[in-house]
Design a protein around this ligand. Structure first.
Ligand code: ADP
Length: 308
């Protein structure tokens, strides 16, 4: 199954969340049945990131949005596990500080976008400025309603500069949210997450869903698509997100850069002495070094030369 096609919101289409089954889990029945595929995608993601880092051309911005307890943290843990920390980072966007509020809403966002060769995950994002801000009337309607076009222009600019943007809405239903809140009450390592506000915000569930429908429907383009991921099942969510990331990065057709030096010359210049000790030609040294130690230097008919 190609989840990128299945879950992508096509430009101009309405993301009718009420009709998207948050419980969907494809052909998989349980976590166990996804393990092989998940491992395959994790390995591939790791290889692709290494290529991306070396090529230093593309950058990837992953935007994660969800209702409270929607699984942003779990998704981040899962995706980041496959990546080399040297080439990726996570940025969380909380209630804006006084300084952030004294600037335009994209100010704090733009400076955190990824540099060439890097992956950045946004845990919440500029979309909060058409979500919580809209639901709670934090700015007047004539201000937030202009933001869809502003966001589209902003993301277009990033895309034109080599940043690929993928946006995931982790879709859970209202019952699943309550269940996850309930589970937190009994789990010592999750109790710190519990807040009154989370429960109070449930009152605004429908308003949030409507705000999400608008944001996702108005801001999904080829250069920055939205994917609505059925996320009641955490393991299915991880699988779908991983597959979409792999497919996105494979689309870049990356190649390791050609060496900037003459390899034969380097081998000769810096490795010849060691090669001689091993009784092989300098050009063969690299291949030799990749073999297990006990096999190195044991070439048929060749005796190890003694150094005088
Ligand atoms: P998270 O839920 O992401 O793990 P928190 O529990 O600290 O982290 O929640 C962050 C809060 O910041 C959320 O309630 C979110 O709505 C709020 N927030 C983020 N961006 C904005 C914004 N631009 N304006 C107002 N509130 C925001």
């Amino acid at each position: 199954m190609n989840y990128a096609n299945q879950f992508r919101i096509k430009t101009g289409n309405k993301a009718d969340l009420g009709k998207i089954d948050a419980d969907y889990h494809g052909d998989f029945d349980n976590e166990e049945s996804t393990i092989d595929e998940l491992n395959k995608y994790s390995k591939r993601l790791s290889d692709l990131q290494s290529l991306m880092y070396a090529e230093n051309k593309n950058s990837l911005l992953i935007v994660l949005q969800a209702m409270d307890a929607g699984g942003k943290d779990g998704t981040i843990r899962h995706v980041m596990e496959a990546l080399n920390p040297q080439g990726c980072n996570v940025v969380g966007f909380k209630v804006p500080t006084a300084e952030e509020l004294a600037h335009d809403y994209l100010w704090r966002i733009h400076k955190m976008t990824p540099r060439n060769g890097h992956i950045t995950v946004f845990n919440r994002s500029h979309y909060e400025d058409v979500l919580v801000v809209r639901v709670h009337d934090l700015v007047p309607k004539d201000v937030w309603s202009k933001r869809y076009n502003e966001i589209n222009a902003f993301e277009r600019g990033l895309a034109n500069s080599g940043t690929t943007i993928v946006k995931f809405f982790l879709h859970i239903d209202k019952e699943e949210q309550l269940k996850r809140f309930r589970d937190r009450l009994d789990e010592a390592d999750k109790q710190w997450k519990i807040s009154d506000t989370d429960y109070e915000e449930r009152e605004f569930w429908d308003d949030y869903q409507q705000a999400y429908v608008d944001a996702i429907s108005k801001c999904s383009f080829n250069y920055a698509p939205w994917y609505v991921i059925p996320s009641n099942r955490k393991w299915f969510r991880n699988l779908a997100v991983s597959q979409i990331l792999v497919e996105t990065m494979e689309g870049w057709k990356m190649k390791y850069p050609a060496p900037s030096v003459d390899l034969a010359m380097i081998k000769q210049k810096y490795h010849a002495e060691v090669a001689e000790q091993l009784g092989v030609a300098a050009e063969e040294l690299i291949v030799q070094e990749e073999q297990p130690k006990e096999k190195r230097g044991k070439k048929k008919g060749k005796k190890k030369k003694k150094k005088k």
